[in-house]
Design a protein around this ligand. Structure first.
Ligand code: ASP
Length: 305
């Protein structure tokens, strides 16, 4: 059994590792751990600690993928909901759909008993407004939010404030290979913006026969390159994990226009190997690794692409 999570996933790593050790269903263990990340105010890119969109509203994205059945549950731009990974898991288990967004996702959350919550912290609301206010004329401040938001986007949207979505991957010869993600997305994003975290093939993909991938940082790039699916497809075609990741990095590096930034790729294969590779993100990127030969999960440094 192998488990990896990005560094920001720290609050839930002990829970997921304990449940995997005890033989729990892998996706249930991933979702339980991510639930603790979503509730942790010190994680500033997911759930309770996350930053809002340009209107000061939290809109969270999440997904799960069962690599054995290739079933997916995903939710996007969900308002007033903390535990969106659990919501995504329930979409997968209970609905004939793959993805719900916005008010429909919120409606389903109520149907399964997830409370309507104000996920935004008061202090985050203060920081949100102070940042926005600096860009608005007195007249715009008076009319807000009934003003065009697009002209403000480049100045205010702050992808750098979000350092990491939470991504969790597990791989086990018997229990399969699975992926789960959760995020509040870019800080000050345009309302309704979806990142890659709910998009299968972009922000995550899992196939128990070959491997799984999950990405953090600039979803606008992984959505254009289908990064997660590309890697698993390369594994299927017989490429070693290093080459599979290198091919995806080459695609990202080939993007010359549009919004460009860094991406971190987390990948596992069916042979029990893993790679975490930093493509152009500043600073050191780390991740959690646990396998069943290790007493405790360890924080490791990612490779640089
Ligand atoms: N990939 C996420 C998104 O695009 C954000 C992140 O991981 O930092 O929403």
């Amino acid at each position: 059994m192998l488990f990896i999570a990005n560094a920001e996933g720290w609050p839930g790593v002990p829970t997921t590792v304990r449940m995997l050790r005890e033989g729990a269903d892998s996706l249930t263990a991933l979702v339980a751990g991510i639930g603790e990340v979503e509730a942790e105010v010190r994680v500033r890119s997911v759930g309770r600690g996350g930053w809002p969109n340009m209107l000061g509203e939290m809109e969270c994205d999440a997904a799960v993928m069962d690599g054995t059945t290739r079933e997916v549950g995903a939710v996007g731009a969900v308002p007033h909901t903390l535990h969106v990974a659990r919501l995504a898991h329930e979409v997968m288990k209970r609905l004939p759909h793959v993805m719900l967004t916005g008010e429909g996702a919120r409606r389903f959350a109520s149907e399964i008993g997830l409370p309507v919550e104000d996920v935004l912290l008061p202090d985050s609301r203060r920081v949100w407004w102070e940042r926005l206010e600096r860009e608005l004329s007195p007249e715009e401040r008076g009319r807000f939010p009934d003003i065009p938001l697009a002209p403000l986007l480049r100045a205010i949207t702050d992808p750098e404030r979000v350092r990491d979505t939470t991504v969790y991957l597990s791989a086990d010869p018997a229990r399969g290979i699975h992926a789960a993600t959760s995020t509040s997305g870019w800080a000050w994003k345009y309302p309704g913006r979806l990142g890659d975290s709910p998009i299968p093939g972009a922000g995550y993909y899992a196939d128990s026969r070959h491997g799984a991938t999950a990405c953090t940082h600039t979803g606008e790039m992984t959505m254009r390159c289908s990064t997660a699916r590309s890697i698993v497809l390369a594994l299927k075609l017989g490429h070693p994990l290093d080459d599979a990741v290198a091919m995806a990095v080459e695609d990202l590096a080939g993007l010359k226009d549009g919004f460009l930034g860094g991406v971190v790729i987390h990948a596992v294969d069916a042979r029990g190997d893993h790679r975490v590779v930093n493509f152009r993100c500043p600073g050191e990127i780390r991740y959690w690794l646990w396998d069943d030969t290790m007493a405790e999960p360890e924080l490791r440094a990612a490779q640089t692409a």
